[in-house]
Write a protein of this length. Structure first.
Length: 376
């Protein structure tokens, strides 16, 4: 065997060891010459072969860095389990993940779960039959116990790197994740509403995903800290089934009851996300509210749904492309042997029409502006 090929084989082993030990860079050419008793030319030829195989990337003046790729390109595959791939925030996030992975030589397969644990299990069993190098996962009903942790543990045991997106499963030890700082997000919205003089603030939160309880916690603890009343009657929980009926089947009954009961004594509301805020506008207008004077509306995510031609909604957002790009970068770092830590991303406030004081932007026909419906 030619000496440079012999050296390349040993460096392949060194790369695998380095990844396990959290080292993402090969020793210098001089160090490799001394360690393996070969010439500088042999080292350079071996490194060139590894670069050709995709195992390292050479940076001028800096050294040879481990890419995390396998020599067999077909194995450089990442799977993404996510609630949806067609609507809301997901197409943009998936595009950022796919592009970031592609830049580092990895392909991407997307599997929508519909936020259903049964579908999650079916997909994980399929993935286990041909394990990828890594997995990016938005957990299903992450506020509840999950029956699929055995399959995640199997994948981890096979060397599959896993990064959770938006949430994680606390019972799965050592979870790496990137998620929203939901506590501070709700606090930001409540403080904004309080600064406008609102003291009767309601909340609508999702019960079966981790984000819901976290946003609720920030909501109620900020009300407490500001000395504002905390009334259970002003807080409404909903689950994935009710969301499906609302957003997919176009059945607004859930929000009608929210308007009639939960928000009857409120002047402002914090919504779990833009989907709820978007449909809540219709429910409030149908009930005779003048917006935004009768009800200030806030939400999370700052998607296209927050920019209705009827009323734009004050929402929270992240930096553009932040979540998907960071999730992919975390996974790549794990594959390269870099130290990777869980992250929470901060929210920023986007002020829009729905929290403007003063004259109503929209009133139902025949309703004097600023007049609260008698039934409420």
């Amino acid at each position: 065997m030619l000496k440079y090929k012999w050296l390349a084989e040993r460096l392949e082993t060194l790369i695998d060891t380095s990844i396990r030990n959290g080292v993402d860079k090969l020793p210098t050419e001089q160090s490799l010459c001394a360690k393996y008793h070969v010439s500088r030319q042999t080292v350079r030829m071996a490194l060139a072969l590894l670069e050709q195989r995709g195992r390292i990337a050479k940076k001028q003046g800096s050294g040879s860095y481990i890419t995390g790729q396998e020599t067999d390109a077909s194995k450089n595959r990442i799977c993404v389990l996510i609630s949806d791939d067609q609507d809301y925030i997901y197409p943009g996030v998936l595009s950022d993940i796919t592009n970031t992975l592609a830049e580092s030589g990895f392909s991407c397969q997307v599997f929508p779960t519909g936020n259903c644990v049964g579908e999650e299990r079916r997909l994980l069993q399929r993935i286990l039959a041909d394990p990828p190098r890594g997995l990016i996962v938005e957990g299903c009903k992450s506020a509840l116990p999950n029956p699929n942790l055995d399959l995640y543990r199997d994948l981890l045991g096979m060397g599959c790197a896993i990064i959770f997106l938006y949430n994680y499963y606390p019972a799965l030890s050592g979870c790496l994740f990137i998620k929203d700082d939901n506590y501070s997000g709700s606090s930001l919205l409540v403080r904004h509403l309080a600064s406008q003089g609102h003291t009767a603030i309601g909340g609508i939160f999702k019960s079966d995903d981790m984000q819901g309880p976290e946003r609720y916690q920030g909501f109620v603890e900020t009300l407490r800290d500001l000395g504002l009343p905390i009334l259970d009657s002003r807080i409404r929980w909903y689950d994935s089934r009710e969301l499906h009926r609302l957003h997919v089947e176009n059945d607004p009954q859930f929000l009608r009851s929210v308007v009639q009961d939960t928000l009857s004594s409120c002047t402002a509301v914090v919504c779990y996300n833009d989907v709820i805020a978007y449909h809540l506008i219709d429910a409030l207008l149908s009930a005779g509210f003048c917006l935004p004077q009768d009800m200030a509306i806030t939400a999370f995510d700052n998607t296209y749904l927050s920019n209705s031609n009827i009323l734009t909604v004050t929402t929270l957002s992240h930096e553009p492309h932040e979540m998907g790009t960071k999730a992919a970068a975390m996974l790549l770092g794990k594959l390269k042997g870099l130290p990777v830590h869980a992250q929470e991303t901060r929210w920023q406030l986007n002020l829009k029409e729905s929290t403007k004081n003063g004259e109503s932007i929209f009133s139902p026909p025949g309703t004097p502006w600023g007049l609260r419906p008698a039934a409420f």
